[in-house]
Structures are given as C-alpha cells and as structure tokens.
Design a protein around this ligand. Structure first.
Ligand code: SF4
Ligand code: SF4
Ligand code: SF4
Length: 317
C-alpha cells in the first residue's frame, strides 16, 4: 500500500488470485470457482458466511457460473481464501489461461444427449486445474452443452462441446404415412414429407435426435451418440461464432485429446495477445482442423509446456 492505497503491482498480484478491484476503493470482488456451476449446500453456507465476515454481504453470479463476493478489503484477502478453503472452495479464473469451464444441465435436462456434468468436470480437472500453470496467448474459454439447443452457447467459446444424436433413416422402412410423426417431431423442419415419403435434409439437420424412435415402423433410429466440437468462438467487444470440426466424436476421451491438442497448438503457435479465433484466422481453419484431427502435436507436449512462451500475458477484458 502507498499513501493508504493499494498499488498497481499489488492489484496485479491479487488479480492473478481471482480478486478484482472494486473501482475507486481498496476493496476487491473475490471470484470463487465452481465446477460447472455446481456447489453443495455446505459450500453455499460457507460462502454466505465469508461474504458477511470479510465482504459487504453481497454475492453476485458471473456469466461463467462463478460467484463473486464483493467488498473484500485488500488486507483480508488471505483470510478470505483460507476461510473458503475449509469448504473446498478457491478463488481464481483470471489471466491468460484456461478459464473456469461452463456447462448446461444436460445431465438432468430432458433434452440432454450427453452427461454434461461429467464431461465438464473432467475438463475442469484436466485442463482448468491441470493446466493452471500453463500460460497461453490469451484466455481460453470452454463450454459444454448437452444438445444443439445451445443454452450455454458453446459455439461462442474458444472451444465448445455439444452433445449429438445422429439419426439414421432407412428409406426402405418408410411407408409414406399420411401424417408423419418424424416430420412432426423435427423442431427445425429438416425432416419433411416429399411426394408422400420422408426426406431428411442432412445439411439442415443439427443432430438433436428428437426424431429418433418417433416412427412406428422404425424408419428412423439412432446411428451415433456423441460430441461435436466448435473452435474459435468468442464474445465481448468482438464476437465470433465458432466453426465445428467435421467429425462427430463418439468417445469422451477423443474430446479430451482434442481439447489438449487445441491448448498445445494455441500455446505453441498463437501470438501473445491473440484469441484462439485470431490464431485460427491467421493460420487457416483447414490447417488447425487437420492438426487437431490428425496432427502429432502430442509428441511435442513436454517441449511445448517447457518452452518460455507468453511470459507477459495477453488477457484483456
Ligand atoms: S442445451 Fe440442451 S441439454 Fe443443455 S440445458 Fe439446454 S436444452 Fe437442456
Ligand atoms: S418415416 Fe415413419 S412415420 Fe414418417 S412417413 Fe415414413 S413410415 Fe410414416
Ligand atoms: S435429428 Fe433433429 S434436426 Fe435432425 S431430422 Fe431429427 S429432429 Fe430434425
């Protein structure tokens, strides 16, 4: 502190711990990480107590499913951290690193095609916690959605995972009913009767799976259950919708591998200060996709992690 004020250097140090200065004061908002927005009743109780003991009693929610306790004085930051640690909570979620992972409630939602809590928890453990010390060119946001309804907007993240159910249509089993229950079940008009028989517009179909099992003659069944991965999305002062990789991934481990390859590629080939969308634009989507689907970047993993890269940090708001 200098002249009773927190210095810029001190502010930078605590920002790295997840404490964001409340403007014009020596107080900070403590950003508390959740795993995909889930907290236990005990953790909520601890957070409530901490907000009263160290902050101004107000807790807010962030767009990325973390909590913020406002009004924590600079000299109480360590006490605050120690207090919430008793309930297994920690602060963080800032800097040019993997940010807290966001997920929809696909595990319990009636439309969920994948176990979003399990997927996002694994991503949290392997790439939020596991890559905690790994500096990237900029922040890297990951979101997991259970179906193409896109509630958590995975395609507006640096990398987004969306659950998929790819239908299979057996034309020979279609009897050309007067009223087609498959057509009726398709929310986006991709399945339609044409000349009395069902047709599916595969370019339009988003693999929501609503039509699977709706035909009494089993003309539409489930072909593949899996994951689509979008890369290069972002929102904020510059918005970009991510592009999907051409493959539907059927195994969770393939998704994890692709995320790790994307992080390594971004660290190795991204320029400090650029978001993943800009790296993709500069190097070309086709090149990045090929690297993610077929490249051997994992063989350089340790070399990339050991390299002195992005030491100045590139994350801005
Ligand atoms: S994206 Fe799909 S699974 Fe997730 S909450 Fe929305 S409707 Fe449910
Ligand atoms: S897909 Fe099934 S419900 Fe639709 S017209 Fe063909 S047989 Fe009838
Ligand atoms: S999977 Fe969804 S979008 Fe595709 S045809 Fe079936 S209902 Fe329509």
């Amino acid at each position: 502190m200098e002249n009773g004020l927190v210095t810029a250097a001190e502010e930078k140090t605590v920002k790295a711990l997840g404490f964001l200065r409340n403007k014009g004061t020596n107080n900070f908002s403590a950003r508390i990480i959740t795993v995909n927005g889930k907290v236990t009743a005990e953790q909520i109780a601890c957070l409530s107590e901490a907000a009263k003991l160290f902050g101004n009693g107000v807790v807010t929610l962030t767009t990325r499913q973390t909590f913020e306790c406002q009004g924590v004085p600079f000299d109480k930051i360590e006490d605050f951290r120690a207090y919430i640690a008793k309930a297994g909570l920690e602060t963080g979620g800032t800097g040019s690193k993997v940010r807290p992972v966001v997920s929809c409630k696909g595990t319990t939602c009636q439309y969920g095609l994948i176990d979003t809590f399990a997927v996002s928890q694994e991503i949290h453990e392997r790439f939020y916690e596991g890559y905690r010390q790994v500096r990237l060119p900029h922040k890297f946001k990951i979101a997991v959605g259970g179906c193409p309804n896109n509630c958590v907007k995975p395609d507006l993240n640096d990398l987004g995972v969306i659950g998929q159910c790819v239908p299979e249509f057996d034309e020979d089993s279609c009897n050309g009913c007067k009223k087609c229950s498959v057509e009726a079940s398709c929310p986006i008009g991709a399945a339609k009767l044409k000349d009395g028989m069902l047709e599916i517009d595969w370019d339009k179909c988003n693999n929501c799976g609503h039509c699977v099992g709706k035909c009494h003659f089993d003309a539409v069944t489930e072909k593949t259950r899996g994951y689509k991965i979008y890369i290069g999305g972002r929102w904020g002062k510059s918005t970009m919708t991510g592009r999907p990789l051409s493959k539907i991934f059927s195994e969770k481990e393939e998704v994890m591998l692709t995320i790790e390859k994307a992080l390594l590629l971004f660290r190795e080939q991204g320029k400090t200060g650029e978001r993943f969308s800009q790296t993709i634009e500069r190097l070309g989507f086709d090149y990045i996709e090929k690297e993610l689907l077929e490249g051997d970047i994992m063989s350089r993993k340790q070399e990339i992690l050991d390299a002195e890269l992005h030491l100045t940090g590139g994350a801005t708001c």
